[in-house]
Ligand binder design. Structure first.
Ligand code: HAM
Length: 426
């Protein structure tokens, strides 16, 4: 009978969409700690929060991320709305932040403008460990300066956040992708190298002509092998880009980064400094953060000719390697166990007073036995139980039971909050 019921339930149950997962307690508590830590740190560096819609016009991403990228070509959730307009669930936030700062005229005036945004992104990728169709990013963007100090500051802030979260064992990979001028020579050389070899995947055969840099980002093992002897951007940097890159490296502690001359990012808008943070123990999807400069993007999207850079942390991947003690502390719970309808009435008033005084407190509203209420308190992890019965009501007292030591004391109800504050060291 039970089996038939389970089967029926499975048939009628509506499940979440593949690649999109529910984030549940106690995991949500850990997410909150990560987000709060990020907010506090970003404030120290002068970043302000910006909250953006999940939907944008498709053109925004097609124009900024690049038509030839996997994201735009294969992974966007795009649909026509009821008026036939093509909309896309954001696959990333940088293009959006740039759209928003232009539209809301936030780039006016001197100085670097710094914004961060947190939230879900959507990419129709093949789900696997660390790769989801809805995932979350912690995204920072600094707009308005090309100074290498800003590159270093952005990278150091990212490392500082990871360190605050107890993630010291990560590797920072950096590279420079140069500017459009030096990329031109590189493109020509790369293209002739790509044509000198055969066996590229169908996508790369096309990209050899349309956008050779994208071949460097191909995930096919065979293409990667063919790329082993391909030219690297570092050898083509113009003097300005070379100086910029050298300065960024000089500003970072030498042991904090590894140069990775073949690092290209999966988005077309990058120029100059690019970087990724990879973490051990994550398997194939080991990049927990990625970012870089995008000096032409603001202009390309119709804004002033201002440079910018930023990064995004993939929150799901970060959570995978977050030390277990982060977010493990919960406020001590005080559970009220009332043993009669009258006691329950008083306990209900006391419950509100306790919360107002800053205690995490709860009680059972159903008419359960003391034994049942005690086991409920135990399951909820209560540190103290306050027992209120007929006798206690008559004498204006309560029984306070320490759930860890199992010691009980009877105290005047009026002293309860003071005693609890002492015991819990509030
Ligand atoms: P991205 O490298 O595409 O860069 O994504 C940044 C991070 O998001 C990745 O390192 C990874 O941790 C996470 N991520 C990406 N796709 C998935 C997925 N399908 N499932 C789980 N996590 C994923 C960007 O998005 C740029 N907008 C970063 C940036 C900001 N550049 C400049 N400013």
């Amino acid at each position: 009978m039970l089996k038939i019921y389970n089967l029926l339930e499975m048939i009628t149950m509506i499940t979440a969409i593949r690649g999109m997962k529910d984030i549940l307690p106690p995991e949500t508590g850990r997410w909150q700690v990560v987000e709060q830590t990020a907010r506090e740190l970003f404030a120290l560096y002068g970043y302000q929060e910006i909250r953006l819609p999940l939907l944008e016009r498709t053109e925004l991403f097609a124009r900024s991320i690049g038509q030839d990228t996997d994201i735009v070509a294969k992974e966007m959730y795009t649909f026509l709305d009821r008026h036939g307009e093509s909309l896309t669930l954001r696959p990333e936030a940088t293009a959006q932040v740039v759209r928003a700062v232009i539209e809301n005229r936030l780039l006016k005036g001197a100085g670097v403008k710094k914004y961060y945004t947190l939230g879900p992104m959507f990419r129709y990728e093949r789900p696997q460990k660390g790769r989801y169709r809805q995932f979350h990013q912690i995204n920072c963007e600094a707009l308005g300066s090309d100074a290498p100090e800003l590159d270093a500051e952005v990278i150091l802030m990212l490392l500082a956040l990871l360190k605050r979260l107890g993630l010291g064992q990560v590797r920072l990979l950096i590279n420079s992708l140069g500017c459009p001028a030096c990329q031109k020579d590189f493109r020509t050389q790369l293209s002739s190298y790509l044509h000198s070899k055969s066996g590229w995947c169908p996508d790369c055969q096309r990209r050899r002509d349309t956008n050779p840099l994208r071949v460097l980002d191909c995930k096919s093992q065979h293409c990667r092998e063919l790329l082993a002897a391909a030219p690297v951007m570092r050898d083509f940097l113009c003097p300005d880009c070379h100086t910029h890159y050298s300065r960024v490296k000089a500003l970072l502690p030498s042991q904090s980064f590894e140069e990775h001359p073949r690092l290209v990012r999966g988005l077309d808008y990058y120029t100059r400094t690019t970087f990724e943070v990879v973490a051990p123990g994550l398997g194939a999807q080991d990049a927990i953060a990625g970012g870089g400069r995008y000096n032409g993007l603001i202009k390309d999207l119709g804004g002033p000719d201002l440079p910018g850079l930023g990064f995004a942390i993939g929150q799901e991947r970060l959570m995978e390697i977050l030390p277990s003690e982060v977010g493990a502390n919960h406020p001590s719970l005080v559970f009220l166990a009332a043993l009669s309808p009258e006691a329950r009435e008083q306990a209900f008033v006391l419950l509100q007073e306790m919360r107002q005084a800053g205690f995490a407190a709860d009680m059972d509203f159903d008419d359960r036995s003391l034994k049942a209420q005690m086991s409920l308190a135990h399951r909820r992890g209560a540190t103290f139980v306050v027992i209120m019965g007929e006798q206690e009501l008559a004498s204006g007292e309560v029984v306070l039971r320490d759930m860890i030591s199992s010691r009980q004391q009877t105290i005047p109800q009026q002293q309860l909050l003071t005693v609890l504050a002492q015991q819990l060291r509030l």
